[in-house]
Write a protein that binds this ligand. Structure first.
Ligand code: ADP
Ligand code: MG
Ligand code: ZN
Length: 471
């Protein structure tokens, strides 16, 4: 196609700290009573002074370290971004402009421009009639902003980047990053370039208020189409900020975009310039295993499917459960693969339908033992499902359950031999066909044997017996 979309993201995340960015008020996203976590500092009373939250600085530096960015070890500072709005009581937002905490880095294959620290705004409620309400609990909560380079070519990649960032923030304990709760907020800058025509194309539009991954994908895809349509009409795309209308499934114009000089950024004189080495032991950060490291290790150590790996990387409790089982089954690659199949299909399925803690009822030991029983032909896969069901309801040992419910497969050649003889005697037609070379007839005979044993026979033992007796 002659059009090339260019996308750059700006993502905000509320950081996980005890207190706000510049005062001792609680940073509590769960607080529902309005205006209880406020003080003279975050309410911008004259004469108050901000005091920096070291934990928030460290969170950003750890994120920067994880993505391989350059940390501002020598010098960093906070700036005032000046604008008026009721949700910003000081008349400016403390942010970072020229000297962000982190520069560069890469995540999910996308280059990062910068990661800086700022403070969140209050929340406004406009749905009250002819007045608005403002809740200042969120004013001054530490907010991380990550800006990517304009290097993303499609909505899918943008969505993948946002998901990977959410995962990273959770692994690092830096943020809950729940998009529906507004703890992570994605803005997408989108332009479309038409080959050989820079007259109409290449204007950047910012789309805001994307509050789920699904919406990020839909809004970007829609905005690309909209811009192409505008250019096709021979018009120029207007540089502006647009919102997302979920009901109509389209972006809509909100305001003409201001540029950075409108904000009159300048260094905040109330805050010290930072030499980070003086406030934090950043050089000795010990990061946990990161999502991409976990993916790589699961592939290398266990050779399981990419989808299974993704289930464990996103649900780390499930991942730890799988690892425990793999430890117990140590070295038995086939059994580990089988265990992983049971976890990602049956166990996840059971977790969705049953109440209570399935993973503690079906302990790693008992699932490992069940997998051993299936691999050894002691129970059929059908039987294993029944055993799992019982375990998910009341726990218990799979061997006990198997014998209680008569689910052990009979592999005893003497007992099964009697059944096989009976089946051969009663199905002369199929026997003749099989002897004449019709392989399907063997399946039929095995089926009859299974039926005669009420499903308890081990089908591979039956098969061997038929083959031998009909040789
Ligand atoms: P501004 O000064 O308008 O905020 P920046 O250059 O700082 O613009 O970029 C802000 C965001 O816009 C970044 O995420 C960047 O990747 C993105 N961006 C920049 N240029 C383009 C473009 N031509 N098309 C799409 N996104 C872009
Ligand atoms: Mg911005
Ligand atoms: Zn406060």
């Amino acid at each position: 196609m002659p059009y090339r979309p260019v996308i750059g993201l700006e993502i905000h995340a509320e950081l996980h700290t005890q207190t706000k960015m510049f005062c001792a008020c609680k940073n509590d996203a769960e607080e529902t009573r309005p205006n209880v976590n406020i003080c003279p500092v975050c309410m911008a009373h004259p004469g108050t002074l901000p005091v920096m939250n070291k934990k928030a600085v460290e969170h950003v530096l750890r994120v920067g370290t994880a993505v391989g960015g350059m940390l501002a070890t020598q010098f960093t500072e906070f700036d005032r971004k000046n604008y008026f709005y009721p949700d910003i009581p000081k008349g400016y937002q403390i942010s970072q402009y020229k000297y962000p905490l982190v520069s560069g880095g890469i995540l999910a294959g996308v280059e990062i421009t910068r990661i800086h620290l700022e403070e969140d705004t209050a929340t406004s409620k406009h749905n009250k009639g002819d007045y608005s309400l403002i809740d200042y609990n969120r004013a001054g909560v530490p907010l991380m902003e990550l800006v990517t380079e304009p290097v993303i070519a499609d909505a899918e990649t943008a969505m993948r980047f946002a998901k990977e960032l959410q995962l990273l923030l959770r692994y690092l304990g830096a943020s809950e990053a729940n998009m529906e709760k507004g703890q992570m907020r994605v803005e997408a800058n989108i332009s479309v370039y038409k080959e050989g025509d820079d007259r109409l194309s290449g204007t950047k539009v910012e789309v805001k208020n994307l509050n789920s991954f699904r919406v990020v994908g839909k809004a970007i895809a829609h905005e690309i189409e909209r811009q192409i349509t505008v250019i096709e009409r021979g018009e120029k795309v207007v540089q502006e900020t647009r919102g997302w209308d979920e009901n109509k499934g389209e972006t809509f114009s909100q305001r003409k975009k201001e540029s950075s000089h409108d904000y009159r950024y300048f260094p905040d004189p109330d805050l010290p310039k930072l030499d980070i080495s003086e406030i934090t032991e950043f050089a000795t950060f010990v990061l946990p295993e990161l999502p991409w490291q976990k993916r790589e290790r699961y592939a290398r150590e266990y050779g399981i499917k990419a989808e299974d790996i993704e289930s464990y990387v996103t649900d780390t409790i499930l991942g730890a459960y799988f690892e425990r089982i793999a430890d117990i089954l140590e070295g038995d690659t086939q059994a580990v693969l089988l265990a992983s199949n049971y976890i990602t299909s049956d166990i996840i399925g059971l977790m969705q339908v049953s109440d209570g803690d399935i993973l503690s009822r079906i302990t790693p030991e008992s699932l490992a033992s069940l997998v051993g029983m299936v691999a050894g032909g002691e129970v059929s896969s059908r039987g294993a499902k029944d055993i799992l069901k019982v375990m998910s309801e009341r726990g218990g040992d799979p061997r006990m359950i198997a014998s209680e419910h008569n689910l052990f497969q009979k592999s005893d050649t003497e007992a099964l031999g009697v059944i096989v003889d009976d089946v051969i005697a009663g199905n002369t037609q199929a026997v003749l066909e099989y002897r004449a070379g019709k392989i399907a007839s063997l399946q039929f005979l095995i089926g009859q044997g299974m039926k005669a044993s009420k499903g308890s026979a081990n089908p591979s033992v039956l098969k061997e017996l038929f083959e031998e007796k009909l040789k």
